[in-house]
Design a protein. Structure first.
Length: 277
């Protein structure tokens, strides 16, 4: 992914988190921003549908963007209706990946709930049809549960950091050579995805969205160089995890990477072609 495009408050905050890494170019679109090369202000609309129907032209703002992009947005906010109109400027120029951040559903009012369902379902249909290269689903509540509780002050900062750092590291390893891997192409329609972390000792995956009807699982085992060279049980533990998942009917692939980090990390992707309810 070369360019991160954030729409709305949630999307822009996550784009800011990606901006901490030098690999990405950042674009942000929201109400109240100043107009710069990287930020585009929208006017507050009285009618919700005007965010889509009266979206200003973004052709100049997106000039020069090519390659893989990650569009980031949430559901429930009025500005989310501008998502498809925004992406329409890029669909013939870029490979579009979307990161959808599901808000806390219990806190949404009736109108916000309807908007969330609409955007959530439309994104999935576009992914399945191949308009999007991939749709990543995350849930604030799921990530909060993994973090073990978060203070009100740090709530969104810590959740956003967890999502971005995980997706960033998966992107890094996708562009680096593994010691060994069994990676293969996913089934054509399996474009709906979530990300997460895995615990090798507990043989437990902690995913950022509860994805139904998972067909494929991909693991990135990233281990300290010393452990790679000296641990006689590491490969056996990895094989055990893979075998247990295959017994449950999943297609499983993995890559093993050598790192200089003191701590080991295991990143995980779950994929499906089935629309999530």
């Amino acid at each position: 992914m070369d360019t991160i495009i954030g729409l709305g408050n949630a999307g822009c905050n996550i784009a800011d988190e990606f901006a901490k890494y030098p690999q990405y170019s950042i674009k942000k679109i929201d109400v109240g921003l100043e107009k710069t090369k990287t930020t585009f202000p929208l006017k507050e609309c009285e009618k919700i549908e005007d965010y889509e129907e009266k979206l200003p032209t973004l052709q100049h703002f997106f000039r020069g963007i090519r390659g893989d992009i990650l569009f980031v947005g949430g559901g429930g906010g009025k500005i989310s209706l501008a998502s498809l109109a925004t992406l329409d400027y890029l669909k013939n120029k870029c490979k579009i990946n979307v990161l959808y951040v599901r808000p806390e559903l219990s806190l949404l009012n009736e109108t916000q709930t309807k908007l969330e369902k609409l955007v959530f379902n439309v994104f999935q249909e576009y992914a399945r049809s191949g308009v999007f290269e991939r749709l990543y689903l995350t849930s604030n509540e799921e990530v909060e549960s993994i973090l073990g509780g978060v203070s009100i002050k740090d709530y969104y900062n810590k959740i956003n950091h967890m999502i971005v750092s995980t997706l960033h590291m998966i992107n890094v390893y996708d562009n680096n050579e593994s010691l060994t891997n069994t990676f293969s192409d996913l089934p054509l329609g399996a474009r709906i995805t979530t990300i997460g972390m895995s615990d090798l000792e507990k043989n437990e995956d902690k995913m950022f969205f509860s994805l139904d009807s998972v067909s494929d699982i991909v693991y990135y085992y990233t281990h300290n160089k010393a452990k790679i060279e000296t641990d006689p049980e590491l490969m056996s533990k990895i094989r055990k995890t893979i075998a247990s998942q295959k017994e449950d009917g999943y297609r499983v692939t993995y890559g093993i990477y050598e790192t200089d980090y003191d701590q080991d990390y295991i990143y995980c992707l779950n994929h499906t072609s089935i629309i999530q309810k």
